[in-house]
Design a binder for this molecule. Structure first.
Ligand code: PMP
Length: 407
């Protein structure tokens, strides 16, 4: 890899040149969605300009080119997360759909009254609600691993919850609200010992950490393209082949079938069994450009840069009177969440926006976690490869200004 140069990196992201409220944009809402490099934007436009066609069934040249590009992304994703086989990579709309796919196929058909699902106290709503819907249908029950004051999972409690009744454990790899990186290897190994399978919500981890699904030995892993510098509307479900083979389809329609008669329909082979209808071809094609870009810069280099930013931001935030960090785990991705005594996060967000600084405020789709900390929400700054220390200084100055005004 070439030496990491943040100025060079920034040149790939055209949006970083714009201003907000007359100030240079400081984009610290990367946990919600990352900005897109010109490589991804070009991949989208060139798909529509040069080889837009429906895939898989065409014999004309455009259809062949579009199919090749779509399937090339599958190979890239397979290599990116080190899946054993390309058939284990299913394209979905994002993490939400990936989790729902597993809920409505695997869980719906395998769970019954008396079975248990374990999730954690720091889950995104998308890793809570699907399981609640499935427990209502199946009679299974939901158990929750509690979270301590630092925002770490209470692993002793997890091991106590883990009995033979547990059939599925679904946890977030890295928390979007706190940044906590969970001890997923320990969770997976322990769950497998009681015969439970494990799903990981990789929405936040995929962009920051090296992902090796074979080494992790997770059974399902969910990815959102738009949090890995790729387009919105496309995501991935990784699943172990044996599980995917045994699962019924999710949605019915074209492409997912082998033969259709009014009497009986047979399913297509993997991965197509789970990709009903015309997929999101353009965004899938562009996801490859995003992954190629991340790999060219180098995940290790990106992580080192982001760790420096997180450390600097943490120190600077802690030096502000009345600020309390929410999420002080030992292992974190670059998310700094905080509350300010006597100040509503939303007011803070508005005043920071006036300085050109984009942060997220609120519950971050993790209401139960906010309840755990007895707060309505936080202000969250989350950092990406293109952020700088200077930008953190702008935010800190903006915070001082805002706090003076609001107190
Ligand atoms: N889980 C986590 C931890 C997330 O941060 C998000 C996105 N905010 C999701 C799930 C849902 O992802 P998506 O909206 O892309 O489906």
């Amino acid at each position: 890899h070439i030496a990491f140069d943040v100025d060079q990196v920034r040149r790939h992201f055209p949006i970083l040149n714009r201003e907000v409220k007359g100030k240079p944009l400081v984009y610290f809402d990367n946990a919600a969605t990352t900005q897109k490099p010109v490589e991804v934007i070009d991949a989208l436009t060139s798909y529509y300009q040069y080889f837009n066609a429906n895939i898989h069934r065409g014999i004309h040249s455009l259809a062949e080119e579009a199919t090749a590009a779509y399937e090339a992304t599958r190979d890239t994703v397979q290599q990116f997360i080190n899946a054993k086989q390309r058939e284990e990579i299913i394209f979905t709309r994002g993490v939400t759909e990936s989790i729902n796919l597993v809920a409505y196929t695997w869980a719906r058909t395998n769970l019954k009254a008396g079975d248990e699902i374990i999730i954690s106290g720091m889950e995104h709503h998308s890793n809570i609600v699907p399981w609640q819907l499935i427990t209502e249908m199946t009679g299974a029950t939901l158990k929750v691993i509690p979270v301590d004051d630092n925002g770490e999972l209470l692993m002793d409690e997890f091991h106590k919850l883990l009995t033979e009744k547990v059939k599925l454990v679904s946890v977030v790899h890295a928390s979007n609200s706190l940044g906590t990186i969970n001890p997923v290897k320990e969770i997976i190994d322990a769950a497998h010992k009681v015969g439970a399978i494990v799903m990981l919500d990789g929405a936040q981890s995929t962009v920051h950490l090296d992902i090796d699904v074979q080494e992790l030995d997770c059974d399902f892993f969910a990815i959102s393209s738009h949090k890995v510098y790729g387009p919105t509307g496309i995501g991935v479900l990784y699943g172990k082949r044996a599980l995917l083979e045994a699962m019924p389809p999710f949605m019915g329609g074209g492409e997912m079938i082998k033969d259709v008669t009014f009497e009986k329909t047979t399913w297509n082979e993997l991965p197509y069994k789970f990709e009903a209808g015309t997929p999101n071809i353009a965004d899938t094609v562009a996801l490859k450009a995003a992954i190629d870009f991340v790999q060219r810069i180098g995940k290790k280099q990106i992580r080192m840069h982001e760790e420096q930013l997180l450390q600097y931001a943490t120190e600077e935030l802690q030096s502000i009177n009345g600020i309390r960090l929410i999420g002080t785990a030992k292992q974190k991705v670059s998310v700094a969440s905080f509350v300010v005594e006597g100040v509503h996060p939303q007011d803070l967000g508005i005043l920071l926006d006036n300085q050109g600084v984009a942060v997220r405020t609120g519950h971050h789709c993790t209401q139960p976690l906010m309840n755990r900390f007895d707060i309505p929400g936080t202000t969250r700054a989350s950092f990406a490869m293109y952020n700088t220390k200077d930008e953190i200084d702008v935010m800190i100055a903006g915070l001082h200004k805002a706090i003076k005004l609001l107190r």
